[in-house]
Design a protein around this ligand. Structure first.
Ligand code: ATP
Ligand code: HMH
Length: 277
């Protein structure tokens, strides 16, 4: 007899040839969190642990058609965006999202990726306004890091009060909720991620800061684990709690790889099936 079909989560994002971030991290998080991962590739990056040396943006209609073809066949239980590269791709994603119900019938997480952790741009400068004005209002949840917060709402977050104010402004852009991630607040012993929903309820997710330079793909992994929780039908705060639990373990198990920043790891979650054969 066939196994039951798992929920389906869709990542609309870029690839990372080094396998640390982007769609590779997304699908690992989907798998580790118990859902099937489908992908709409928006860009192919030439990337390793040291940085991004180039990228090729996929034609916008091909990005949109990947979303439509997945929705029309297996259905989508939740979706997330990562690197979208250009205004034209964002607009194509918005059109397809409206057609298939992302952000209305289907939970839709927007990770407003602007640059890699090495500081290399992954979004055209002129696309930020489109992301803010056309994509974020459709989001069930928007998940910026502190650099993206500064770009989107002009707030320089240095503490929880600042994160709260930034989240309030992000929800004011039309998102259903905002998760302001505190990974970049280097000095603090706790990493605090603050969730604010449009109805005003606040949830603070805190964990001890790990001393490691190997956190490549951390933001993508968190957003994807939250998306997996939503695909499984969890309420938003529960899905974010799942995401925080996943990323905390993934940072704990991050490993060196290459000369630069190694990835957060999902390998701890891999079943020990081979030794049990
Ligand atoms: N040193 C750390 N120790 C524990 N958790 C961390 C650490 N750094 C980041 N995190 C967690 O990882 C997640 C991603 O946070 P961060 O603010 O680094 O996002 P990001 O910049 O988008 O990530 P990326 O490194 O993929 O660009 C958050 O949940 C954060 O709490
Ligand atoms: C393709 C891709 N998406 C997102 C990020 C940010 O982690 C990255 N470095 N590369």
């Amino acid at each position: 007899m066939d196994a039951a079909s798992p929920p389906v989560a869709l990542a609309i994002a870029g690839t990372d040839s080094g396998g640390g971030a982007g769609i590779t991290a997304d699908v690992r998080a989907f798998t580790a969190c118990g859902v099937h991962g489908a992908v709409a590739v928006a860009a192919v990056t030439v990337q390793n642990s040291v940085g991004v040396s180039g990228f090729h943006a996929i034609p916008p209609d091909v990005v949109a058609d990947q979303i439509r073809t997945v929705a029309g066949d297996m259905g989508i239980d939740a979706a997330k965006t990562g690197m979208l590269a250009s205004t034209e791709i964002i607009r194509a994603v918005v059109a397809a999202a409206d057609e298939v119900g992302l952000g209305t019938r289907v939970p839709f997480v927007v990770d407003p990726v602007a640059a890699s952790m090495h500081g290399h741009p992954l979004l055209a400068d002129d696309a930020l306004g489109t992301l803010r004005d056309e994509l974020i209002p459709r989001a069930t949840l928007v998940t910026p890091n502190l650099d993206e917060v500064r770009l989107l709402v002009g707030v320089d977050v240095t503490d929880t009060d600042g994160a709260r104010e930034a989240a309030r402004l992000l929800v004011g852009l039309g998102a259903g909720a905002a998760l302001v991630k505190g990974g970049h607040l280097e000095g603090s012993p706790e990493v605090v991620d603050l969730l604010l929903t449009a109805d005003g309820s606040e949830h603070v997710f805190s964990s001890p800061r790990r001393e490691t330079k190997h956190s490549h793909g951390g933001g993508d992994s968190l957003a994807s684990a939250v998306t997996a929780g939503l695909a499984r039908g969890m309420a938003l705060p529960d899905a974010v709690a799942l995401g925080k639990a996943y990323i905390t373990r993934a940072v704990d198990h991050a490993y060196p790889l290459g000369a630069g920043h190694g990835p957060v790891s999902a390998l701890w979650s891999v079943a020990d099936w081979e030794r049990q054969r």
